[in-house]
Ligand binder design. Structure first.
Ligand SMILES: Cc1cc2nc3c(=O)[nH]c(=O)nc-3n(C[C@H](O)[C@H](O)[C@H](O)COP(=O)(O)OP(=O)(O)OC[C@H]3O[C@@H](n4cnc5c(N)ncnc54)[C@H](O)[C@@H]3O)c2cc1C
Length: 473
């Protein structure tokens, strides 16, 4: 696809460098920090369970812990604001997949894939029922997902996907364009059951309110800087506040440096970028169709994902997946003009009918990529600390499952989840720098070449495939 020019020129001019989902009047006021009177002054604070991280993983952990045992005293510590990181800035595709898609799951865990699929659907159903039970207004809609082919070799891939079963329906060029009209589409597949669209920030805010309604204490602006054993429990150091003592600690820290050092090489922060348009008029929406309102993704290695919001804006993201040398998460990396220009150009190539539409917001965020593309789980400090990390761009739904596994591990419980090979195995780590950077750049380059070369994978990608390693977003 061409970079810039045409209708894209100017469409970005007034786009604010901020996150549409978070930049809203109904964003909850910041909760107090641990050190400014919200808790017990500077004396040690105690809890049965401390959850570190106020994204979906941490919020689900707190909520599920309290639902399972209302007497458990649960305290959640968030360094920034609830949902400010990946959980409040994602595409809002809430997928049933626990394995970053069926192909990845079947490839890695063929013997237990059907079980993983069933557990994933049950997880999505449980998210839906929680949203209803707690009245969380996050525009949860089980629209399903459309996967589109924009190059001839992808049409064959789509046919194979439908052949592998499920409730998916193959749509030829006319059928897909009758659903959503782009001159770039050659075919598509609609999977109706396994994805819901959500308003991501409102889901995070709603989960926090639900957890608080059950008695969870939440503090914001409180960064945990270290963990150490303390008697039979753990002591957590905080940057400015008092220490916290807890019997058990759950970590939902995603792409940020893990408090369990040995997991640090297992993930890299990869930056993913998004544009949001102004609301489409009824006429503009009619010009492209999209009656199902399903989330859409294309089949390239460097893929785009897009969806409608409740007020008929289009969120348009993906394609570039940027890794910076050194594994660091930095706010300055949330903006990348060359990626926004590329995304804008691709948008108007996909939907030329929307010429004249403008973008109102542009942002990016860090994804915790691991070499198996889906979360891994573990515990440390003799089972007093547990974590779920490495969702690699598909954690909106899977984070609830990650939270449930984290609690199983902390409780020392033998469950269907903890018996899974997927839960018991860890991915291979990335190498240290600068090898990680060099390897990822080579992999990105190779993936882009494969997209241009009818999907054919070069020797480097084939080697990674054989080793079960990779890079994705
Ligand atoms: C641009 C973008 C688009 C995406 N689109 C999708 C999508 O459409 N569908 C999908 O399924 N997934 C998507 N994802 C991925 C998804 O958002 C994440 O997998 C998911 O939000 C992870 O949730 P989390 O709670 O683990 O992490 P986060 O939401 O990142 O939360 C981690 C929290 O931990 C806090 N924290 C970290 N360290 C400390 C510490 N030491 N002390 C205290 N607090 C700490 C951080 O401040 C942060 O709030 C996307 C991600 C991005 C960035």
């Amino acid at each position: 696809m061409a970079l810039l020019g045409g209708p894209a020129a100017g469409a970005l001019a007034a786009a604010a460098p901020s996150v549409f989902w978070l930049d809203r009047a109904d964003r909850p006021a910041p909760r107090p920090r641990l050190d400014d009177g919200g808790q017990d002054g500077r004396a040690d604070v105690t809890a049965d369970l401390v959850v570190v991280g106020g994204g979906y993983t941490g919020l689900w952990t707190a909520l599920l812990a309290k639902e399972a045992d209302p007497a458990r005293d649960v305290l959640l510590l968030e360094a920034g604001r609830i949902g400010w990181a990946a959980s409040g800035r994602n595409g809002g595709f809430c997928s049933a997949s626990l394995t970053h898609g069926e192909a990845n799951g079947r490839e890695r865990w063929p013997a237990e894939y059907e079980q993983l699929h069933r557990l994933g659907l049950a997880n999505l159903d449980a998210i839906e029922s929680t949203v209803q039970r707690h009245g969380i207004e996050c525009d949860f809609r089980r629209t399903g997902e459309l996967t589109v082919a924009t190059a001839p070799h992808q049409v064959e891939w789509l046919r194979e996907e439908v052949g592998s079963g499920g409730a998916t329906r193959f749509l030829d060029r006319d059928a897909i364009r009758a659903e959503l009209d782009s001159p770039t589409y050659l075919a598509g597949v609609h999977s109706p059951d396994e994805t819901a669209m959500v308003d991501p920030a409102r889901l995070a805010w709603g989960l926090a309110a639900a957890a608080e309604s059950l008695g969870v204490r939440i503090v914001e602006g409180t960064k945990v800087t270290g963990l150490q054993r303390d008697g039979a429990g753990m002591r957590l150091r905080t940057e400015q506040g008092p220490d916290v003592r807890a019997a058990r600690v759950a970590l939902g820290t995603n792409a940020f440096p893990s408090l369990v050092r040995r997991t640090r090489l297992h993930t890299v922060p990869v930056y993913d970028y998004v544009l949001m348009t102004e609301p489409l008029s009824d006429q503009q929406l009619a010009s492209i169709g999209w009656r199902s309102r399903a989330g859409v993704g294309d089949m390239a290695n460097q893929f785009h994902y897009y969806r409608l919001t409740d007020d008929n804006r289009v969120l348009w993201g993906g394609y570039d997946a940027i890794y910076h040398l050194g594994r660091r998460v930095r706010p300055s990396r949330d903006q990348r003009p060359q990626t926004f220009e590329r995304l804008a150009a691709h948008f108007f190539e996909t939907f030329p009918q929307l010429e004249g539409l403008r973008f109102t917001h542009r942002w990016g965020g860090a994804i915790d990529t691991c070499t198996r593309f889906c979360a891994f789980y573990g515990s440390a400090f003799d089972g007093r600390v547990a974590y779920a990390l490495g969702y690699t761009g598909l954690g909106v739904g899977a984070s609830r499952f990650g939270a449930a596994v984290t609690l199983d591990l902390l409780d020392g419980a033998d469950t269907e989840r903890t018996r899974l090979q997927m839960v018991r195995e860890k991915p291979l780590p990335f190498p240290p720098e600068p090898l990680a950077y060099a390897g990822i750049q080579l992999t990105r380059w190779s993936l882009a070449r494969a997209d241009e070369n009818a999907g054919r994978r070069n020797a480097w990608l084939r080697t990674l495939d054989r080793l079960g390693l990779g890079f994705d977003s």
